[in-house]
Design a protein. Structure first.
Length: 434
């Protein structure tokens, strides 16, 4: 058994024993009450699942195993000045900051697992021209289900206590392959199918940058940061929860992650990063300048709101302060980018929008989220095809949801099955409680 797998097995068995004891003694204790507003409002804020890899605080933002993003940038092993995603995956899986030797081991593992089935490339190529990159990505992941070790071993007969083992293997294989698949989609759609072979001397995110064909060490550093900060956002967001829900049916990691990508592709979730840069391009076109003033931006923002539209990249379902992921990207731009019209425009929007939204008197969170900045930096480095941006998000999100999937199977979590009610039930409930 490999060293990370062994460490994960030992930690998961300890926690599984603790949970069993906890439920035996305290399983009937009431955790909280669900309001009628939550019943109708997408279960917002209902505490109903365990997600070990990260937690989200409304003020402090995301914490990965207790570490904030600024703390991670200091604690995780780095390359090119930015944290290596391999280190974050190790941390999320076993709760420990890895050393350089462990990082190298995991990076080598992913390199050794990078080969993508030939039929996956054929499945991508068979899709009609103009198919959205996220559709291509989801199809590609689903096509790899034929290689699932969990599906194969389950069909042969597998003890429930052993489910975690082939799931772990599937998760590592899936994460290893995703950059190559994503890069294939990018080069096929936007560079005439001129594909770039992997460089096995590079780390996971660095190799992804290489296969995309965007030159420069700075871009490799950006991919390391991007893959780290987008990796997880607790279990309640749509893509993470979808992974958890579909996996709870014992669908293998390929099936559950493909479903997660379909959730991430929604404009209220991961597709928002595409909508932000579209809005900025539309604004600069309307204003006739790539260097708008604060006053011009303010007028355009007000006209957008007056038309009944939202400002993409602002607001969040949980956060009540500027998203630390936005701040991390702003810091990257300050460190690496000397002058860029598109980046400067994002910063001017940041100067203007919160006060306007606060002035409306009904916006809970007027602050920027992760999507408000990511597209501008990508445009600066030449990755201008914003319909591809959510694919980048999806590659990163695999790190968190696959680590959590390992935990779900190791802890033996059951099929998720919330209770639904009818409108008649609601009416009767209100009559009986008024």
């Amino acid at each position: 058994m490999d060293p990370l797998k062994q460490k994960f097995f030992e930690k998961s068995q300890l926690l599984r024993t603790e949970i069993k004891s906890l439920l035996k003694e305290h399983g009937d204790k009431v955790v909280g009450e669900v309001t009628l507003r939550q019943v109708f409002g997408g279960m917002r804020g209902v505490k109903s699942m365990i997600w070990e890899t990260s937690e989200l605080d409304a003020v402090e933002g995301i914490r990965f195993r207790g570490y904030s993003i600024p703390e991670l940038r200091e604690a995780l092993p780095k390359k090119g000045g930015e944290p290596l995603p391999e280190g974050l995956f190790w941390l999320m899986l076993v709760g420990e900051i890895p050393d350089e030797e462990q990082i190298k081991w995991l990076s080598d593992q992913w390199t050794s697992r990078i080969n993508v089935p030939e039929h996956t490339f054929k499945a991508i190529d068979a899709l009609p021209e103009g198919t959205h990159p996220m559709t291509q990505f989801s199809v590609a992941v689903t096509s790899m289900q034929t290689t699932s070790q969990f599906a194969h071993r389950y069909s042969e007969g597998l003890s429930k206590t052993e489910y975690w083992d082939p799931v772990y293997e599937d998760c590592l294989n899936l994460i290893a392959r995703l950059p190559r698949i994503a890069a294939y989609i990018y080069r096929k759609n936007y560079h005439g199918g001129m594909h770039i072979q992997p460089d096995f001397t590079l780390d996971w995110a660095g190799n992804f940058a290489h296969m995309l064909g965007i030159p420069g060490e700075d871009f490799k550093s950006l991919m390391r940061l991007y893959m780290t900060i987008h990796a997880d956002h607790e279990g309640g967001n749509a893509s993470a929860h979808t992974t958890h829900l579909v996996g709870s049916a014992l669908s293998d990691p390929y099936m559950s992650f493909s479903a997660a990508l379909n959730a991430l592709a929604g404009p209220l979730h991961g597709l928002a990063n595409q909508e932000v840069i579209k809005w900025i391009f539309k604004m600069t076109d309307a204003l006739g300048t790539t260097q708008p003033t604060h006053e011009q931006i303010a007028e355009y923002v007000k006209s957008t709101l007056a038309a009944g539209q939202v400002i993409p990249g602002y607001g969040h379902a949980v956060l009540r302060r500027p998203d630390p992921r936005f701040t991390a990207q702003k810091r990257f731009a300050e460190d690496y980018i000397q002058d860029s019209d598109i980046v400067n425009t994002v910063w001017k929007v940041f100067d203007v929008v919160p006060d306007i939204l606060k002035g409306l008197g009904k916006v809970k969170n007027p602050w920027p989220n992760v999507d408000a900045h990511s597209g501008a930096i990508l445009v600066h480095y030449g990755l201008k095809e914003y319909s591809f941006y959510t694919v980048l998000f999806g590659v990163s999100r695999a790190l968190g949801v696959m680590a959590a999937t390992c935990w779900s199977r190791a802890l033996g979590f059951p099929l998720e099955r919330p209770k639904s009610v009818t409108m008649n039930w609601v009416r009767n409930f209100l009559e009986e409680n008024n």
